[in-house]
Design a protein around this ligand. Structure first.
Ligand SMILES: [Zn+2]
Length: 205
């Protein structure tokens, strides 16, 4: 899945194979090769490639940096547009550190439960990249109406399982956690609906 372009490691997915347009979207993941722990490096890159294959990938940079914060990662937006994803080097240099922290968050019920502790955060951030309240293009506004409706139904649903309390923070975190759950968690009507919304509004591109 990887290819070299201008000296940067990129992951790409050809889109438009059905329409014949043949455009290619690429995320620059060169920085991910800096992840010191080879086990974690492989897992994070695999997550990006899996996301690229199943949903699509946008032309953004995915970086690893000391964020001076305690969050695992964040996705940046500017002027209604997606800028990039930053993974906090405090967690993303050592698989043991990340597994202990993120595994603990899943066990405590803070994070949504998934089977891939090392890939969860990368997919969560790529979920933000597919849709956010900070994206201003018309398709995101239209998708937002359906996502907010789903969020309200989810809030009232007393039978849902596998979600962490972080999903209750706001509609953006609900969305990102549900996208992560659609990859590595227990499938339900919300994960199915999230994938349907992504396809309907072409949110992966
Ligand atoms: Zn988030």
């Amino acid at each position: 899945m990887g290819k070299n372009s201008g000296g940067s490691r990129t992951v790409s997915i050809g889109v438009g194979t059905k329409s014949g347009i043949g455009a290619t979207h690429e995320a620059n993941i060169k920085d991910l090769s800096k992840i010191k722990d080879p086990v974690l490096r492989k897992e994070v890159i695999a997550a990006v490639e899996e996301f690229s294959k199943e949903i699509g990938i946008k032309s953004i940079n995915i970086k690893v940096a000391d964020t001076n914060g305690s969050e695992y990662a964040y996705t940046t937006f500017k002027g209604g547009k997606l800028v990039g994803i930053t993974l906090n080097s405090k967690y993303f240099n050592d698989s043991k550190v990340l597994i202990k922290a993120k595994g603990g968050d899943m066990a405590s019920g803070w994070s949504t439960k998934t089977s891939k502790v090392m890939r969860h955060t990368m997919i969560h951030e790529l979920g933000h990249a597919t849709w956010s309240t900070l994206l201003s293009e018309a398709k995101y506004k239209a998708a937002g109406k359906e996502i907010r409706k789903m969020y309200r139904a989810w809030q009232k649903d007393t039978k849902k399982t596998g979600y962490g309390t972080y999903s209750t923070k706001n509609v953006d975190e609900f969305w990102a956690e549900t996208v992560a759950k659609s990859f590595y968690g227990k499938h339900d009507k919300y994960t199915t609906n999230a994938r349907a919304i992504i396809r309907k509004y072409n949110l992966g591109k």
